[in-house]
Design a protein around this ligand. Sequence first.
Ligand code: ADP
Ligand code: MG
Length: 722
Amino acid sequence: NKVRLQAIADVEAYVAPAISFDPGEEPGEIFGSNVFSVSVMQKRLPKSVYKSVLATIEKSAPLDPLVADAVASAMKDWALEKGATHYAHVFYPLTGLTAEKHDSFLDPVGDGTAFASFSGKTLIQGEPDASSFPNGGLRNTFEARGYTGWDVMSPAYVLENPNGNTLCIPTVFISMTGEALDHKTPILRSQQAMAVHAERVLKLFGYDNSEHVVSYLGPEQEYFLIDRHFFLSRPDLINAGRTLFGAKPPKGQEFDDHYFGAIPERVLAFMMDTERELFKLGIPAKTRHNEVAPGQFEVAPMFERANQGSDHQQLLMTTFKSVAKKHGMECLFHEKPFAGVNGSGKHVNFSLGNSELGSLFVPGDSPHDNAQFLVFCGAIIRGVDLYSGLLRASVASASNDHRLGANEAPPAIISIFLGDQLADVFDQIAKGGATHSKERGTLAIGVDTLPDLTKDPGDRNRTSPFAFTGNRFEFRAPGSLQTVAGPMVMLNTIMAEALDYCATELETAVAEGTDFNDAVQALLATIIADHGKVIFNGNGYSDEWPIEAEQRGLKNLRTTIDALPELITPEAIELFSKYNVFNEREMHSRYEVGIEQYVLTVSVEANLTLEMGQTTILPAAVRYQTELAQNVAALKAAGVEADLSLLDEVSGPIADLRAALVTLASAIAHEHDSDGIVAATYLRDTVLPAMAAVRTAADTLEGLVADDLWALPTYQEMLYIL
Ligand code: ADP
Ligand code: MG
């Protein structure tokens, strides 16, 4: 087949693009150069305006509309100097993608000329029609208007394009009735809710007037790179982001020769180029390395405030996609683009704190600090145990279903890994009071009622979905394709509830005259008694764990369809309404959209499987079968005894493939009989297995059919030729 062989030849002939920058350039020179940052504002805004904006950013105060015009004017001048011709409100609809509506700065004056204008009102509020975004029943088309509003805490930036630059303004996206249609609004709301109760707890520990507590996010993004020639000859990769066919290559990841290996030159050039683009946008990309699977890599930026980090994460993904194209490669963010080798995740590193106190998940130098640390840890233990279903639901998607629990990613059971030392401390608390901590085999006796803790996070556990890693927790279940906003909203909200609980318990005890240290001990003991079951330091990949987890009463929500209903339980709705993160309608809308996305994803894949099976794989197999039959006929005609075994070997899977395609076609036809969760369940239980049967027959044929007849680039080609 010419397409495939031509693709290989084209990869062979690849010439790297010339680098467009001085390789000696200091990274600091360009960092943030396209960002309307605090320091740019300080230089360009009148002092009073600057102070007002800064208050908004640092104290989460609302933006004074009177200063908006001045900010808009300075922002416009700055953007025009940077070559911008348009501005765009960038928002994050429930598709999980990034959306933007561009408007020109130019306003016609009426005499045939135009001048550049940009008012405060246009900066703060936009009005995209945007009726085609999924809203899960929150809007009818006749009231389709949605509003976008600037998130002042996430700075505006200029996005470069050879044909003209654009000023981008990160915004929330809400309906006419003020309901959230996006992923940013709930981050801001949940952040606010968490801060209120975190600050109540801090007050009890003597911090009366500290800065606001914020949540920090450090996402580790895994991805695959393949040559674009291969990508373009795979309809499944183009349309579904993953391979629906493909036999396991003779060499997989068994040798562990890729993990942390030398980065291939072409990939390194790509990484340097992406990092430069990210730096311009003020995205602090820091770590880069090869991952476990061939062709798999990881990037991790430094942690930032959750709302800004989440915007940056979206921007990082689009930047990676576009820079990869420039380098003749395709960047795949799907959780499982290739069966049989590891999939990709997006670990969400999470902490609470502020610039004054640092991370609140860092053990301190004194028993007092440690008590505070343990209360915050206790809160997370309570939150994760009470709302494990919600955490699971926040990472539920058709594509992440291929990864979770597949012995390469955490199981679908949500548990917490604390590490030996911390687990031991909580163990002692459960037994009546902790007085010492385990430190490298010796016991250091604390001076107070709580133990001294070292800052050494201890060992690492890669199999836990939620692990303490020394100064933060790492939520490892999120998928590589997902927005980090969903998990962040859940984390903030469950922390709001748990910290509210802790603050209330402590305040009440102190008011009743209980000694503060005793109150803390009692609180922690109660939390461990009620929620200690969620702590698990063992191997999450083992066969015993699901059994033990069930005995402990932990949920095991295997698929998206099991997990999404967690969003609309009475407990979930109560939680989110109580902390003003989502009202009931908003919760239902998220649930509906989640189901809808699942149905769309699996339906597209099913149709693609059918089409590729019929039009690409079956024809190749039948041609080969014909060739073999002709060979048998020719041998017979020549009077040679013909061996039919090879022909039979091919005819078997061809018959299987045809039968599987018939079954799949009829399964797809019945899908239209239902909708919502019924359709989704049908797709999971009937259509996905029908697709798997098609794939099994097709992959068997890949190992039999003559190579020159096979049209689809193979796993070994895609994963190893770069
Ligand atoms: P590892 O692979 O060992 O887990 P990486 O260096 O790849 O670590 O990624 C760690 C991520 O955690 C980075 O994004 C880093 O900025 C982030 N991180 C570090 N400290 C914190 C913190 N206190 N809060 C949130 N994220 C953090
Ligand atoms: Mg990590």
